[in-house]
Design a binder for this molecule. Structure first.
Ligand SMILES: *Cc1c(COP(=O)(O)O)cnc(C)c1O
Length: 365
């Protein structure tokens, strides 16, 4: 290793995909969420690999993320979870399927497709069952059913869906069950008039903890990348990302010497430090500094000392036999992104999606 490299291990992605498929009934479709550059990896590489595996749907947050997939030649259906009004022309042009989460976007979309004389445009209606983030009120289901029937020439009701607030938290099971019950009532409103619509409510932890609510599609993100929000699930998944870097330089601090910006670390004894070429501009945020985060060097943990800089971190290698040029693992088989994130009080999702575009990607196929 001679610089910072983010490896994307496609064999591990295929393993995780197969693991998830094995949790699903034969007639349940799988939508792979590849938003935010494929959770910080490379959305196009991830999508192409999953398409080859037979994934049914892809999901992104914003229209331009879907456009990038289309421009890369991907023809699989793509659900845009949070389309914005200024991007509706691109959404239509690139045949992306919008999540319609309120009347403002519904009306804007309807007038666009009528104007362009497009018929049977596929949409997914999003209902708010308790996350209180996006979606129609479940009480509006009957009125929306009538609206879909009235606009049957223009709109194809491709999906009806909702999103869980705490599917990864056993203490919140009663709340999750309440959300699932509300969703089942919404499904009942639509299913006789629209038996071919995809009904979908489960994310990764939903699939793992509430398999009875699969309906005919699920939407999984984090588990495809190798994290299952639970140690017993993590043990069965394989992390797709491996982030490695190199020791640029070793320094010896004597007692009382300080390290880095604002002198945040003061050596209490003689301390050997290693300077590494990645920092907060690469996605290792300042929350990992001052002893919270760590990296692995020659099989041992080296904690991050002082403040994280934009382009560098300095780690404690006092008790580690190492020298400039040695390989450092930030995320890898012996350095779980979940553990590193937890050590700094955050979650794997935030750590991996923050890995910036400055880091070189290397695809291992
Ligand atoms: C991001 C997202 C998902 C994927 O969730 P995971 O926990 O990563 O599986 C599913 N559905 C919606 C609406 C999302 O925003």
């Amino acid at each position: 290793m001679s610089e910072t490299v983010l490896e994307i291990h496609l064999p591990n992605l295929r393993h995780n995909y197969t693991f998830l498929r094995n949790q699903l009934s034969a007639n349940t479709k799988l939508l792979a969420v590849v938003k935010a550059f494929g959770y910080g990896s490379d959305a196009i590489e991830i999508a192409k690999c999953l398409v080859a595996q037979g994934v049914d749907y892809l999901g992104v947050a914003y229209v331009h993320e879907g456009v990038a997939l289309r421009k890369a030649g991907i023809t699989t259906p793509i659900l845009v979870l949070h389309p914005q009004l200024p991007n509706l022309d691109a959404l239509i042009e690139y045949k992306l399927e919008p999540s319609v989460y309120g009347h403002r976007i519904l009306n804007a979309l309807l007038s666009k497709i009528k104007e362009s004389n497009i018929s049977h445009f596929p949409v997914h209606l999003k209902f708010n069952t308790g996350l209180n983030r996006l979606g129609f009120d479940p009480k509006d289901a009957t009125a929306l059913l009538a609206l879909c029937k009235d606009n049957a020439l223009w709109l194809l009701l491709q999906g009806v869906y909702s999103h869980l607030a705490a599917s990864d938290d056993e203490d919140e099971n009663a709340f999750t069950k309440k959300q699932l019950k509300t969703f089942s009532e919404i499904v009942a409103v639509f299913s006789s008039a629209y038996p071919n619509t995809t009904f979908h409510v489960l994310n990764t932890s939903g699939v793992l903890h509430f398999p009875e609510s699969q309906y005919n599609m699920v939407r999984t993100g984090i588990s495809l990348y190798g994290y299952g929000n639970h140690p017993s699930i993590d043990a069965q998944l394989k992390p797709v990302l491996r982030l490695r870097t190199v020791i640029s330089q070793i320094h010896i601090l004597e007692e009382g010497d300080t390290l880095g910006y604002n002198r945040a670390f003061i050596a209490k004894t003689r301390t050997k430090t290693a300077t590494l070429p990645l920092g907060h501009a690469d996605g290792i945020g300042r929350i990992y500094g001052n002893g919270k985060g760590y990296v692995m060097i020659n099989g041992q943990q080296a904690s991050i000392l002082g403040n994280v800089c934009m382009d560098m971190i300095m780690v404690d290698v006092t008790d580690i036999d190492c020298e400039a040029g040695d390989t450092v693992t930030v995320i890898g088989p012996d350095a779980s992104a979940e553990d590193l994130a937890n050590a700094a009080g955050t979650i794997s999702y935030e750590l991996i999606t923050a890995l910036s575009q400055r880091i070189q990607r290397r695809v291992i196929s």
